[in-house]
Ligand binder design. Structure first.
Ligand code: FES
Ligand SMILES: [Fe+2]
Length: 364
């Protein structure tokens, strides 16, 4: 007896607002999420605010130069504490001026000494787990979350090998790419290359050798590997003798909303999906250079990527989102080749499995 093929998810997982709400409370609050780059927080008191899983949060560098992340909510009567980004010596609430040390501990508040039994030492902002991953700050709302090295085994070391100067990199460009689709449509599209030969001519003929492309799980990372072609015909010069991976392409997708990608020449770029609602996601493309210095090669590669792969993918994912709302669509079988390879969607099956593993309430 043969098993029936695994199907794509039911359309409602991509279109139903209540499922998106469940993801905010579950999956997105239980996984490592990108917050920003450590170079934005160079000095004690530097901070930036951001939203995640329906919460406002902020990251800040404290007096001991450690990176911290807190819920952006005052422990008095819940006013928001900080907005935007900047530098501050104390975190002062705009409502009644309670103020907190950079460590999150309450320092003072008007007339609080008049309250008998008020123990200032018991009041502290609520802290969020934070990790510095080669300068990329990730946070996890789950206080019991296992460390990133457990979720994404070997990725830290592999990135250091593929991008030898990763710890000197700073953002050169952040480009915001809105997509009218569910975040899972965009992430699934990123995570298979079954569509590449037909839709990404520049990528499939100018960068990678599709017949060698594969995507395999590495913990909760989907690792993309391939041989490259035409390195001598690339649009920018590459010194293949510079280091062991100077001529390599690879990518590490960190479930559920972030990916590191390295182009030949050890050029790092990142994908960060911000899930807005069931029908909208914003993809932030990040490009980096040593100390964030202007770099014509990287800037023109980023432009070429936007004009080709990124633009090509927007058309695909937005068409899929429309189709998912059609009464005429029934979930189709995934093309899973037991041998893997470029013309297989085994990685989509892996994403489905991860949805089940990392959110117990996700599936009925
Ligand atoms: S709510 Fe922050 S001081 Fe009152
Ligand atoms: Fe694509």
């Amino acid at each position: 007896m043969t098993n029936s093929p695994l199907l794509s998810l039911d359309a409602r997982y991509y279109t139903d607002a209540s499922i998106f709400e469940a993801e905010q409370r579950g999956l997105l609050a239980r996984t490592w999420q990108f917050a920003g780059h450590a170079s934005e927080l160079q000095n004690p008191g530097d901070y930036f605010t951001f939203d995640l899983a329906g919460e406002s949060l902020f990251c800040i560098r404290d007096d001991k130069e450690d990176l911290k992340c807190f819920y952006n909510v005052c422990q008095h009567r819940a006013h928001r504490l900080l907005t935007g980004s900047g530098n501050t010596r104390l975190i002062t609430c705009p409502y009644h001026a309670w103020n907190y040390h950079l460590s999150g501990k309450l320092r003072a508040g008007p007339n609080i000494k008049a309250v008998s039994g008020f123990n200032i030492d018991n009041i502290c902002l609520t802290e969020v787990r934070v990790e510095n991953f080669h300068g990329f700050i990730f946070v996890n709302l789950d206080t019991n979350a296992l460390p990133m090295d457990h979720w994404f085994p070997n990725v830290r070391d592999q990135l250091a090998d593929y991008v030898p100067d990763i710890n000197q990199l700073k953002p050169l460009q952040w480009v915001e790419v809105p997509e009218q689709c569910n975040w899972k449509v965009s992430v699934e599209n990123y995570s298979e290359c079954y569509h590449c030969k037909l839709n990404h001519r520049t990528f499939a003929t100018g960068v990678v050798k599709p017949e060698t492309y594969d995507i395999q799980p590495q913990g909760y990372c989907l690792r993309h590997t391939t041989e490259c072609q035409n390195l001598d015909k690339m649009t920018y010069p590459i010194n293949l003798d510079a280091n062991a991976h100077a001529g390599d392409y690879s990518s590490w997708f960190l479930w559920p909303l972030f990916s590191f990608q390295v182009y030949p020449g050890n050029i790092l770029n990142t994908y960060h999906w911000r899930a807005i609602d069931a029908d909208h996601v914003v993809l932030w493309r990040g490009w980096y250079s040593v100390e964030g210095k202007a770099d014509r090669t990287i800037e023109s590669l980023a432009q070429q990527d936007r004009d080709t792969t990124v633009a090509e993918d927007i058309g695909l994912v937005e068409s899929v989102q429309q189709g998912l709302k059609s009464r005429g669509y029934k979930p189709g079988p995934l093309v899973i080749d037991p041998a893997g390879g470029v013309d297989s969607e085994h990685s989509i099956a892996t994403l489905q499995q991860w949805m089940r593993n990392t959110d117990g309430h996700y599936f009925d």
